[in-house]
Design a protein around this ligand. Structure first.
Ligand SMILES: Cc1cc2nc3c(=O)[nH]c(=O)nc-3n(C[C@H](O)[C@H](O)[C@H](O)COP(=O)(O)OP(=O)(O)OC[C@H]3O[C@@H](n4cnc5c(N)ncnc54)[C@H](O)[C@@H]3O)c2cc1C
Length: 532
């Protein structure tokens, strides 16, 4: 079974903090100014945990379904599921801002138990927040009550099994609570891989990936998570719902896509049947440099439009390249810059290309050659691969040091991408003074790409929460009309006010109608996806 969650683990990404070399910290201070005051992690007793409001009869019924030891009301267990892992969530765990704490944590072991838990919650009018890995960065697992007097966190950690493998069709059925590494371990025993590797891979779950339309670092090769979903099984307050019987279908709208991305508002995903692929015989990661963002984006667009994208295709802008060279790779940066200058690269942008079992196509090489991409080779690519999960660990260290550090993402069509990038950068700079704003493309399509921003700024000593809320709102306003409010982080609470601008008032009505059909009393994840 997955490890148990407690508050100490939730206050940081991982116990093994990444050390930030002193020279890196000095460099950062030169760029953003003096960080705000340090904000260490607070112990459980330092955080306000209200008394559980779960009524005794409801608690007894839930215990009868899952067993008394799997209905947890101790404050440490409840704090462990109070919110996700956004910058604001982590500040709240450092005593800055209020956490929404569930009244109890319920851990069912089977899809049938999940169904019975929902039915008990309908009877007792208890709100339910599905909880996978709890890695939401948009408030998706915040334990909001809505109009209900109590709320439980429905932790799916015990649904941790590989249900079946169909080696002929290349389909595996995994339970919702299986985490990324465990999914790969279970599938590897049958010679398969899912190939879904988001940065949150170590902790996020199959159910969470489906519920949020997640995109992994290898999305160019393996597709987004929704591309892998063959069928999905949900528990809803109205009974079980199974969607998906064939590889393709013209039987009306594809209702799987109501479940995928529903963020716990249309049911609890209990199992997902997924397209899997044979474990690749070889993996090859390479690093290139291109001169400036425009040339780099042109290269990625050409690769996408010529259907020769590498499985992992990631282009960093000048700032992100500079920061990753300064903080991560340990390469001799000055010598490297001199070499690149001699090769005509004045504004280095790092392009990582990773191939998993594919032949390297000549057309791909032609594009890179035409745009004067300088190949540095496998060491840079491998160094990126080894450090691919280190970002959240560095974030812990920066948070400790008083830095405001957060990410946000969007996507747009190629013709609007630069405009969108400029608009978001302008909005963040306007709101934060002199932040470092880094940007990369890590998911590319024929018609456009994602933009992923990482922001570092000195933390405001008086109002750290308000500082980021202001900056995030400015960025969201800038995105409106140009791109999507989320390419893969989902909507949750944070993006809900901006969804109407993207899908229209009618779209919001359609979602609400679906919600009230499957969940007439409104117990499922109040306050998420659609507001009100
Ligand atoms: C450091 C970091 C890096 C990240 N990198 C990426 C990335 O590269 N790509 C990416 O796509 N995302 C990324 N994310 C965001 C997050 O990891 C994804 O949204 C992920 O899919 C969430 O999975 P989870 O299991 O943690 O879900 P949770 O955070 O537990 O839940 C997310 C939402 O889904 C709902 N939910 C969870 N499980 C179920 C279920 N079984 N049934 C119904 N609803 C459910 C929850 O109620 C909530 O609304 C990152 C987050 C962090 C903190």
């Amino acid at each position: 079974m997955n490890e148990t969650i407690d508050h100490r683990l939730r206050a940081t990404w991982a116990p093994d903090h990444a050390d930030l070399p002193a020279r890196a910290l000095r460099w950062l201070v030169e760029r953003i100014g003096r960080p705000g005051p340090q904000a260490p992690v607070v112990t459980d007793s330092g955080l306000a945990v209200p008394e559980s409001r779960l009524d005794a009869k409801a608690a007894d019924e839930l215990k009868a379904v899952v067993g008394a030891e799997f209905v947890l009301t101790a404050s440490g267990d409840r704090l462990g599921r109070a919110g996700g892992l956004s910058y604001l969530d982590l500040l709240r765990r450092r005593g800055l801002g209020e956490l929404a704490v569930p009244d109890a944590v319920v851990l069912p072991a089977t899809p049938e138990q999940v169904q019975e838990v929902l039915e008990a919650c309908v009877r007792h009018d208890v709100a339910v927040v599905p909880f996978g890995g709890g890695t939401s960065v948009v408030g998706g697992v915040n334990a909001l009550r809505g109009a209900k007097s109590s709320v439980i966190s429905l932790d799916l950690a015990r649904l941790d099994k590989l249900v079946s493998v169909d080696p002929v069709s290349h389909i595996a059925v995994l339970q919702a609570g299986v985490r990324g590494p465990e999914a790969e371990r279970l599938l590897a025993a049958h010679g398969f891989t899912l190939g879904h590797v988001p940065q949150s891979f170590e902790r996020a779950t199959i159910g969470g990936f489906a519920a949020t339309r997640s995109a992994g670092q290898a999305s160019s090769g393996y597709g987004r998570f929704e591309d892998m979903v063959s069928s999905v099984r949900l528990a809803t307050p109205r009974g079980e719902w199974k969607l998906g019987v064939a590889p393709a279908s013209a039987a009306g709208p594809d209702l799987r896509h109501l479940a995928i991305g529903s963020e716990g508002t249309l049911g609890v995903i209990t199992e997902v049947a997924l397209r899997v692929r044979p474990v690749p015989a070889q993996r090859r990661y390479e690093g290139y440099f291109v001169d400036g963002w425009a040339k780099g984006a042109e290269a990625v667009r050409e690769l996408a439009q010529n259907h020769v994208l590498a499985d992992i295709t990631r282009l960093s802008d000048v700032d992100e390249t500079e920061v990753s060279l300064a903080l991560n790779t340990g390469l001799k940066t000055t010598a490297l810059k001199q070499y690149l200058r001699a090769r005509g690269i004045k504004n280095p942008c790092l392009l990582i290309l990773g191939w998993e079992g594919q032949e390297i196509s000549n057309r791909r090489n032609e594009t890179l050659k035409r745009l004067n991409a300088v190949k540095i080779g496998r060491s840079l690519g491998e160094s990126w691969r080894h450090g691919r999960f280190s970002g959240p660990r560095q974030r812990d260290t920066l948070l400790d040091a008083g830095v405001c550090v957060e990410t946000l993402e969007t996507s747009a069509h190629w013709s609007k991408l630069d405009h969108l990038r400029d608009a978001v950068r302008g909005a963040l700079s306007g709101a934060l003074g002199s932040p470092i704003i880094m940007c990369h493309i890590s998911h590319a399509y024929e018609t456009g790409a994602s933009l992923y921003f990482t922001v570092l700024s000195a933390r405001d000593a008086d109002d750290p929460v308000g500082q980021w809320e202001h900056a995030k709102a400015a960025a969201c306003e800038a995105i409106k009309g140009l791109g999507t409010i989320s390419h893969h982080h989902a909507v949750g609470v944070d993006h809900a006010p901006y969804l109407r601008a993207e899908i229209g008032a009618l779209g919001i009505e359609v979602l609400r109608a679906a919600r009230s059909t499957v969940d007439p009393t409104g117990i499922l994840n109040p306050g998420k996806l659609t507001t009100g």
